[in-house]
Ligand binder design. Structure first.
Ligand SMILES: [Zn+2]
Length: 201
C-alpha cells in the first residue's frame, strides 16, 4: 500500500456555509466510507476565522478534524446567492466544454473559481478544458488542486495520472498510477456509504 490517503486538514477556504457542507459531504475516509460530523467550533487565528469540524468515519470510526477558513463568508443569504451563481457559471462552463467552446468554458470555470476558490469539481473541469487546449501544465495544476481537496475521488486521481502521461512526466505518472490503484482498492472496499452525517451533530 502506498502513502496513506486522508481528507484535507485545512484550513480550506470556503465562501459559503453551503459549499462547506458540499465539500464536507464529498470527503471519504481512507477506508472508503463517508464522514459523520460531530462538532463544530469557530476560532480566530492570525486574523483568519476558522470553523473547525470534528468528524468520525461512519465505518471504521477514525477521527478527523477539518478546518475551514470562513473569513470570506458574509451573511447567509448573500453567500448562498453567490454560491448559486458559482454553480450557474460552472454549469455554463460544462455546456461550453461539451460544445467544444474551450475559451468560453475556461472563462466560466475561472469565474466560478473566483467565487469559490476550492470548488473542487470546477478545478476538475478546468483541468479537462486546459488539457483539451493543450495547456498541460495548467491542466496538471488544476487536477492537483482537485486531488488535494478530495484525495479519495478516483476520477480526479485518474485525470491527474493521465495528464502526467500526456505531459511525458513519467516519474510523476508512475507515482500517480500507484495512488490511483490505492484509491480504487479503498473505494471498492468502502462500499458502505451512509449519508446521514447530519444526524450525529
Ligand atoms: Zn474509515
Amino acid at each position: 500500500m502506498s502513502k496513506p490517503l486522508s481528507v484535507p486538514i485545512g484550513p480550506i477556504r470556503v465562501n459559503s456555509d453551503l459549499y462547506q457542507l458540499v465539500l464536507f459531504r464529498a470527503q471519504r475516509c481512507a477506508c472508503g466510507a463517508s464522514l459523520k460530523r460531530r462538532e463544530e467550533t469557530v476560532l480566530t487565528r492570525n486574523h483568519t476565522t476558522i470553523r473547525r469540524v470534528k468528524a468520525v468515519c461512519a465505518q471504521c470510526r477514525s477521527p478527523f478534524v477539518l478546518e475551514f477558513d470562513i473569513t470570506g463568508c458574509t451573511s447567509e443569504p448573500r453567500d448562498r446567492a453567490r454560491f448559486l451563481e458559482t454553480i450557474t457559471r460552472f454549469l455554463d462552463g460544462i455546456s461550453a466544454y461539451k460544445r467544444g467552446e474551450l475559451e468560453v468554458a475556461g472563462q466560466h470555470l475561472v469565474g466560478a473559481l473566483a467565487n469559490e476558490p476550492n470548488f473542487t469539481v470546477g478545478h476538475f473541469y478546468l483541468g479537462k478544458v486546459r488539457l483539451a487546449e493543450g495547456r498541460t501544465d495548467s491542466a496538471i495544476r488544476a487536477f492537483r488542486h482537485a486531488v488535494k481537496m478530495q484525495p479519495m475521488e478516483l476520477s480526479y486521481q485518474e485525470a491527474l495520472y493521465r495528464a502526467y502521461v500526456t505531459a511525458g512526466e513519467d516519474d510523476q505518472a508512475l507515482a500517480a498510477l500507484a495512488t490511483v490503484e490505492d484509491v480504487r482498492l479503498r473505494v471498492d472496499q468502502g462500499g458502505f456509504q451512509p449519508r446521514d452525517d447530519e444526524s450525529g451533530s
